[in-house]
Design a protein around this ligand. Structure first.
Ligand SMILES: [Zn+2]
Length: 90
């Protein structure tokens, strides 16, 4: 469970369960962060050049582990949808 320093989860009668500020927050301040997103998708132009699981790219110097300076990454198309591509770490 994520811990929020400047926000809390509660229910609103208008919009249901949500994240609400627990103090005044300056514009641009980080409210919370998570190590890995719950849901994420690639922009359409990146679908052919990045892994849809770890987001490592064939044209970027990052590995699927997020390290810098790497060996070229190969991504292969999903055998079902033929749209998404994945590296060997899936
Ligand atoms: Zn990957």
């Amino acid at each position: 469970m994520a811990k929020f320093d400047k926000a809390l989860t509660q229910k609103s009668t208008i919009a249901g369960r949500g994240l609400f500020a627990s103090e005044n927050i300056s514009a641009g301040a980080q409210i919370f962060s998570i190590a890995r997103p719950f849901v994420a998708v690639l922009d359409t132009p990146r679908l052919t050049e990045c892994c849809s699981n770890c987001f490592a790219g064939v044209a970027t110097p990052f590995t699927s582990d997020g390290a810098y300076g790497a060996v070229a990454l190969e991504v292969k198309a999903c055998s079902q949808c033929k749209l998404l591509r994945f590296c060997s770490k899936v």
